[in-house]
Design a protein. Structure first.
Length: 283
């Protein structure tokens, strides 16, 4: 690759990154406001409704996510799973209802970057890592913020920041690939890197939409391991269609249908639920 091409590519990547910054908003974890979880609930979604041109995509939706919980959301295409994430992250405003982080932070009164700053991280389906930067630099960028993007080759990290970066590298199974350009990673590895980038901001709540689409079985197993290891420290909400994967990660599953919760419980419980069998599992 010529120098010019590389410079152009970096410029393009930075522009891309800046756009993402609206969602990710790279601020340090200590800037997160204090979230009141005395009731052990991190996320409250209550009586939420959202229509698009008269079509009710979300219909009286109630969802409560506990601190440190790993929850799976399943449901047929068009059930409203992504719309629900759009509402939690401020991308879409509901017509009615309440969305609170802890019992003190009203997410409906905040825009996307304020919600991200409050400690809500979201991973989209398509990984959007910066391909011409190394794995390490991508993580560094996620920690230091877009303003220092041009300094990522020279900036000195504090010991604490370096420790954090190394622990995330280990968690996402990319320790041996730290110097590799992100563009050379496999699809699965890119997904893990993006999860790692979110972790650099220490989110309280992590929303992950269809993480294993396109992954190999081995990558799926590692993703399941990774998400399980995040539970406890973070609350994680995973939307996924792959039932084996859902079974491997979640103790608690919510089934969404026509924008409403149809069933909730263990995988065995929801799979045995007559209505779930009918509308989702095709029985
Ligand atoms: N911005 C929008 N404008 C109009 N309709 C929309 C919009 N966003 C979502 N919808 C509609 O709302 C419904 C729910 O869509 P959503 O993407 O939330 O479903 P989903 O459960 O994520 O489905 P999938 O499993 O296919 O990803 C669909 O009928 C969709 O067409
Ligand atoms: Mg979706």
């Amino acid at each position: 690759m010529t120098t010019l091409n590389r410079a152009q590519q970096l410029k393009h990547s930075v522009q891309e990154f800046t756009r993402r910054d609206e969602v990710f908003s790279f601020l340090k974890p200590e800037r997160h406001p204090l979230i009141d979880t005395r009731h052990n609930v991190l996320l409250y979604v209550e009586g939420v409704n959202k229509s698009f041109d008269g079509f009710k995509a979300i219909n009286d939706l109630n969802l409560y996510i506990k601190e440190g919980e790993l929850r799976c959301i399943i449901g047929p295409n068009g059930a409203g799973k992504t719309t629900m994430m759009d509402i939690i992250t401020g991308k879409t405003k509901p017509d009615t209802g309440q969305v609170w982080l802890g019992s003190n932070i009203n997410l409906l009164g905040m825009n996307e970057s304020e919600i991200a700053n409050a400690g809500v991280g979201r991973k989209f389906q398509k990984p959007t890592v910066i391909e011409c930067l190394s794995v390490w630099q991508n993580l560094e960028l996620a920690m230091s913020g877009v303003r220092s993007v041009w300094g990522t080759y020279t900036a000195k990290l504090s010991g604490e920041q370096k420790d954090k970066l190394e622990s995330v590298l280990e968690l996402i199974h990319l320790k041996n690939h730290a110097a590799l350009h992100a563009g050379n990673l496999s699809h699965g590895q890119k997904q893990w890197l993006e999860i790692g980038m979110l972790l650099m901001q220490n989110p309280k709540l992590l929303l992950v939409d269809e993480p294993v689409a396109g992954m190999t079985h081995q990558e799926m197993d590692r993703t399941s391991e990774l998400l399980n290891s995040l539970a406890g420290k973070h609350s994680v909400v995973v939307v996924e269609h792959d039932m084996d994967f859902v079974r491997s990660i979640a103790s608690h599953v919510t089934v969404l249908h026509q924008g409403h919760v149809l069933a909730e419980g263990t995988m065995d419980q929801v799979q045995a639920h007559p209505e779930v069998k009918q509308v989702y599992l095709g029985e």
